[in-house]
Every structure is written in structure tokens, then in C-alpha cells.
Design a protein around this ligand. Structure first.
Ligand SMILES: Nc1ncnc2c1ncn2[C@@H]1O[C@H](COP(=O)(O)OP(=O)(O)OP(=O)(O)O)[C@@H](O)[C@H]1O
Ligand SMILES: [Mg+2]
Length: 258
């Protein structure tokens, strides 16, 4: 698989607090990487470096499609095609689905006016083909507030794919969702893979990460405690390993994905 993002020796300090220590992390094209770790492990910090929100400490390197990126900013990261979906802030609840899909990137006609019919029609297509809405009761005109948590995640992921995101980051997308809603979110992650785009899927819960991830990276207190390809470990073995990480701070086997 072709490499999309590679980080080498990335560290991040906040004053006296060191949140990341020499982290190596990579994502390939079409790959879903599960990022696991307890509260305070550094998951969000790592993501905020990728999205250009935090500047890493000097000494680390970041590559995008093989080219070194210096001074990653929020704007630059978005231009490269990184999109983050946060559960709470993903959508404007009072607005319709079609407005949410096109928010900030509205389609216009040749007179420069909003092309509302086209935006509605495109949204309806996406809903039928990508989001799996088969009921005619839910249309592009539905207000997002009325939709379930899993469906909202789906809209946000679909929007990112529609606008050609290369790397979609989901930070705890299943938090607070029921089992059936979680299942929907996992299906949407499958859509990312089908589109040959990449995903970083952050979760505390190994049972959510395992089914969708190609590779799993475990962070512990700012270190990469372990990394392995899904095919190398069963879910039971992985759960055992995670207990060991909690106790000792590292995985005892070194199943490094190449
Ligand atoms: N802006 C900041 N200033 C100071 N310390 C910070 C800042 N952001 C994060 N930290 C610290 O860095 C460590 C890692 O935090 P981070 O938010 O990355 O963890 P996390 O893995 O995302 O945790 P959670 O699962 O709770 O979201 C924590 O000890 C946190 O207190
Ligand atoms: Mg976090």
C-alpha cells in the first residue's frame, strides 16, 4: 500500500508536561488505523498535530505522500485533504441534511447563485447510495436534529468523502452511541475504505476498533506501546495484550507491522 502520512520522532510538550515522546506513526492509502489508548494517552494530541492545530516539538518529521511537510498549519492540513469528524461538533443541528453536506462549500450555478436544487439532488443521491437511507420518509430536507447519533456521523463522513478527503479522522465516533448506532458508524468507516481513502479511528474500546481497523496502534502515556496488524492477533489475544499494556506500559510481543 502506498504511504499517505508518516510521522517520525514526533514529541509534544505543554510546558513541563510531555504528552508525546518520539512517536512514529504512519497511515497508508486505503488503510484504517485504529488508535487505542486510555484517557490522557496522547491520542487527541497526536491528532491535533496532524490537523495542524498543535505544533510539535522540534526534532520530529512529518511526511505527506513521501514529501516532508514543514510547519503544518490547520489550513495546510485541510488543503492536503485531512478532515476530522468530532461527534459533538460535526453538524449544525438546526439545519437540513443538504445544508450540512454543503456548508461552507455551497454549489453555485453559472450566475453565481446558490444552486439549491442541485445541492438537494446531490444530497439525496448520497443518502441513497452511501448512507443507506432507503425510507422515503427521510429526505435531504430533514433537519439533522431529528437524526440519530450514528446517522449524524454518517452524514459527516459522507460529506468528507464527497469533498475528496484523503484522510478522515474520527475521534471517539462511537462515544455515547447504542450498539445499533455504533454498528452504523462502523459501516460508514467501511465506506471510507471502499473509496480507497484512509482513516484514523480513535476509541477507548477495542471491541469497536478491532472489526474495522487494518492495523492498531496502542498509545500509552505518550509512547507507542505497541502496533500490530489485525491478522496477526485474535481479538482475545489483543485484549490480553492491552491488559499487559495497562500494567507494564508495553506489549510483550513485537508484532510490528512493516
Ligand atoms: N493544551 C494542553 N495543555 C496542557 N496539557 C495538555 C494539553 N493538551 C493535552 N494535554 C495533556 O496531554 C496528555 C494527553 O492528552 P490527550 O488529550 O492527547 O489524551 P487522549 O489520549 O486524547 O485522552 P482522552 O481519551 O481522555 O481523550 C494529558 O496528560 C493532557 O492533560
Ligand atoms: Mg482525546
Amino acid at each position: 500500500m502506498e504511504q499517505l502520512l508518516k510521522m517520525e520522532n514526533v514529541s509534544k510538550s505543554f510546558g513541563e508536561v510531555k504528552s508525546l515522546f518520539d512517536v512514529d506513526f504512519e497511515v497508508k492509502r486505503g488503510e484504517v488505523v485504529g488508535l487505542l489508548g486510555d484517557n490522557g494517552a496522547g491520542k487527541s494530541t497526536l491528532i491535533k498535530i496532524i490537523t495542524g492545530y498543535h505544533r510539535p516539538d522540534p526534532g520530529g518529521r512529518i511526511y505527506w505522500k513521501g514529501e516532508k511537510v514543514d510547519h503544518l498549519s490547520v489550513e495546510k492540513s485541510r488543503k492536503l485533504g485531512v478532515e476530522t469528524v468530532y461527534q459533538e461538533r460535526a453538524l449544525a443541528d438546526q439545519q437540513t441534511i443538504w445544508r450540512n453536506i454543503f456548508m461552507g462549500r455551497e454549489l453555485t450555478n453559472r450566475f453565481g447563485l446558490l444552486d439549491i436544487n442541485k445541492m438537494k439532488a446531490e444530497t439525496q443521491n448520497l443518502m441513497n447510495q452511501m448512507m443507506g437511507f432507503t425510507s422515503t420518509a427521510v429526505t435531504a430536507e430533514n433537519v439533522v436534529r431529528t437524526m440519530s447519533g450514528g446517522e449524524r456521523q454518517g452524514i459527516a463522513i459522507t460529506r468528507a468523502l464527497y469533498f475528496q478527503a484523503e484522510l478522515i479522522i474520527l475521534d471517539e465516533p462511537t462515544m455515547g452511541l447504542s450498539l445499533s448506532e455504533t454498528k452504523k458508524v462502523l459501516e460508514f468507516v467501511g465506506n471510507i475504505k471502499k473509496a480507497n481513502k484512509s482513516c484514523i479511528f480513535i476509541d477507548h474500546n477495542i471491541f469497536h476498533v478491532y472489526p474495522v481497523a487494518d492495523r492498531i496502534v496502542v498509545l500509552d502515556r505518550g509512547h507507542v506501546a505497541g502496533e500490530f496488524k489485525k491478522g496477526d492477533l485474535s481479538l482475545d489475544e489483543l485484549v490480553d495484550q492491552l491488559y499487559k499494556v495497562a500494567q507494564t506500559g508495553s506489549l510483550d510481543n513485537n508484532n510490528h507491522a512493516e
